[in-house]
Design a protein around this ligand. Structure first.
Ligand code: GLA
Length: 695
């Protein structure tokens, strides 16, 4: 018999399971039945308490239209439940079965070049196809009716990584409706899209098409609106499934997994408002040391999208780091440090893709918690160790009753519009991406051990002493007014090159860049000057610049430093203007990372913001506060190479030892210290600690 929820709990506003959730995508339908018992045994050994089921199981769940097969899933859920293992249940709509695409060929996505895609992979759906949407609603409802009140259900995982763009007839029709709602009249659209250029003027909405491949450059406003439309359209599809699930009475929290970092098809701030809990899939994109900064970036973004609340890491890779042409090994120590890195910044889970490495199929070489070598291999030992650690630190899941989960004084502005605008072709420098610019700013603070949040334009930013605006290229008057208010009331903004070059319709403001911010910043930029690939420029303070400089004229700002050489030698490079009770700083030059670090550190110091644990980042130790209900926790992730000692008033939960006489943090190791609020800790290398103790 299926256990059911006895008391319907409301979908939580803060996702706070009683312990950290540990596990991953589990696909029993891809394995013979005899493997399932071993799965349960290994899960129990590793203290796995949660799996994600049915992410791509549509063809097994509904082998023919409206014909369902739940026997295998009932049995798998029964085994899991008996072992005390809960599950996220996914609606399998990211991978429509072959019968569906043959019956409804109009539901196949069309590429920008007009190619109609075929089934045989995954994510082949036209999001605006009525037949597809209907089939999605149906399978969501049927699953929710059957499993929606199951006691083991930890949450609904709607779809998987929404992201297929469709340029076909279904999309064309839906895009036109979206444009009608946005612009009202075709004249307003013509104005917003500057269609007088190249004779693109539309006489009716019927003439508008998705931005299919055309002879030469796209209209940038057309391209960006299509991306916005797609995000809204996929959100509407997600909402339909969510509402079907809710209509059955299921009260389990509902999420859909976002994806970082390489592509971005969603405007996540709006999406997050529609979810009970925000979740993300995060994969390292480098095998180098920057991977750790990347974990922090993904975590800070996701927590920020979640409004500062706890969130779910739905997927990470257990052993591999997949780059363009090969997969590098992820060491066990890195796997554990990364897992704690997400949790330090608000994740309530450590979930992986996937539980068991596949023998066949497209991702047979993708790492998994259980390797091809099997659960008795030494490779499984770190998984067991992670399970132990997660159980030992589980008390961190209870969020504080007031105040932020992750205190930060620095905010970084983030909006998908800037990503999409910078992707339009024929920018002054097509090599500069929003992703790289935002990460460069975030990386600087991470390297200095300074906590950061991401901020939605227009949000309440009063708790941040410093707001950094990297490359927010398309900026509305409203966003500019909001920034001006922020500075007027005492905040400091640092605006970088590539910001506010256009309004929200990708139209350049006249009179000099960055049009809507000129007044606040006290400068006018008359010329954008991308550098040649190997060209460098110096600033008078010694900083090195690549890729981008600008011709800046001061109006009421003063220069903090000037260009020493290059095309605008002698002109201001970094400026500062007082405005109301605050300060507006402008960076016109693309500083190399080390000089950007120093510049942003100075800005933080000037407003009294420092590292979480002074001295830690110099030793390669990442120190992160996570606040809890009864205590605060200092996560210590040692990415460096020399053993260190941390001491103060608290207890390390990983080793269950008090730290007042010194906690040894081995290179590559982790600690999670429960401390009384505001209690200071100190850190030194192990060698200097010995000397310190003797004096
Ligand atoms: C995504 C998907 C998973 C898997 C991983 C591989 O995140 O959700 O199903 O394909 O990528 O990295």
């Amino acid at each position: 018999m299926t256990p059911t929820r006895t008391s319907p709990g409301a979908g939580p506003t803060r996702f706070a399971p009683s312990r950290l959730l540990f596990g991953g995508d589990y696909n029993p339908d891809q394995w013979p039945r005899e493997v399932w018992d071993e799965d349960i045994e290994l899960m129990t050994r590793a203290r796995v308490n949660t799996v994600t089921l049915t992410v791509f199981s549509w063809s097994r769940l509904e082998p023919a239209e409206c014909v369902y097969d739940f026997a295998w899933l009932d049995e798998a859920i029964g085994l899991l439940t008996d072992a005390g293992i809960g599950f996220f249940l996914s609606t399998p709509t990211a991978s429509p079965p072959p019968w569906f695409t043959l019956a409804y060929p109009e539901a196949m996505p069309v590429r920008q070049d007009g190619t109609v895609l075929s089934h045989g992979s995954r994510d082949t759906y036209a999001i605006s196809s009525p037949a597809y949407r209907e089939a999605c609603r149906r399978i969501a409802r049927v699953l929710a009716e059957r499993y929606g009140e199951h006691l083991g259900l930890r949450g609904w995982h709607v779809h998987n990584e929404y992201g297929t763009l469709d340029y076909g007839p279904n999309a064309a029709q839906a895009f036109r409706s979206w444009l009608r709602a946005r612009y009202g009249t075709v004249e307003a659209l013509n104005e917003a899209w500057t269609t007088s250029f190249w004779s693109q003027r539309y006489s009716s909405f019927e003439e508008v098409r998705p931005p299919l491949i055309t002879q030469y450059l796209d209209n940038p406003a057309h391209a960006v609106d299509f991306r916005r439309f797609n995000s809204d359209e996929m959100l509407a599809a997600m909402r339909e499934q969510r509402d079907e699930i809710r209509a059955t009475g299921s009260t389990a929290p509902i999420t859909t997994n976002f994806m970082l970092p390489t592509w971005n098809h969603l405007e996540q701030w709006t999406w997050a408002e529609e979810l009970d809990v925000v979740s993300v899939d995060h994969y390292l994109d480098t095998a180098g040391p920057d991977g750790e900064a990347h974990v922090a970036y993904g975590s800070d973004l996701t927590r920020s999208w979640a409004g500062g609340d706890p969130w779910v890491l739905m997927e990470q890779n257990a052993r591999g780091i997949i780059t363009a042409d090969r997969t590098y090994a992820k060491t066990p120590s890195r796997m554990i440090r990364n897992s704690l890195g997400y949790i330090a910044r608000g994740s309530q889970t450590s979930m992986f893709f996937q539980w068991r490495a596949s023998t066949g199929g497209a991702e047979q070489w993708h790492g998994a918690l259980v390797p091809h070598a099997g659960g008795d291999d030494e490779l499984f030992a770190p998984v067991v160790e992670l399970g132990r650690i997660l159980e030992a630190i589980s008390e961190v899941t209870e969020p504080p009753t007031g105040g932020p989960l992750h205190p930060a004084d620095v905010g970084i502005l983030w909006h998908a519009d800037a990503w999409w605008t910078l992707e339009t072709p024929s920018m002054p420098h097509d090599g500069l991406t929003y992703r790289d610019e935002v990460r460069a700013a975030h990386r600087s603070f991470w390297r200095e051990g300074i906590a950061t949040d991401f901020v939605r334009p227009g949000a309440d930013a009063s708790r941040y002493r410093l707001l950094v605006i990297p490359a927010l290229i398309a900026m509305s008057q409203q966003t500019a007014a909001w920034l001006t208010d922020y500075v007027e009331t005492g905040g400091r903004v640092v605006v970088t090159y590539l910001s506010a070059l256009t309004d929200e319709n990708q139209r350049v403001g006249l009179g000099g860049y960055p049009a809507v911010l000129r007044n606040l910043l006290g400068i006018t930029v008359s010329e954008l000057l991308p550098l040649a690939p190997q060209e460098t420029v110096h600033l008078e303070d010694g900083s090195l610049v690549t890729d981008w400089v600008e011709r800046v004229r001061l109006t009421h700002a003063s220069a903090l430093t000037c260009y020493q050489d290059g095309p605008v030698a002698g002109r201001p490079a970094v400026t500062s203007a007082s405005w109301g009770r605050g300060t507006a700083v402008y960076l016109s030059a693309r500083l190399v990372q080390e000089d950007r670090d120093a510049f942003l550190l100075r800005q933080a110091q000037e407003v009294g913001v420092g590292p979480v644990l002074p001295g830690a980042s110099e030793l390669g130790i990442e120190a992160v506060w996570r606040r809890g209900a009864a205590a605060d926790y200092l996560f210590l992730l040692h990415h460096g190479e020399t053993d260190a000692i941390v001491w103060g008033d608290g207890t390390d939960l990983v080793s269950d030892t008090p730290v007042n006489s010194g906690l040894r943090l081995e290179a590559g190791g982790v600690g999670v210290v429960r401390v009384a609020t505001a209690t200071g800790l100190e850190v030194k290398t192990a060698a200097s600690f010995e000397k310190y103790r003797q004096t």
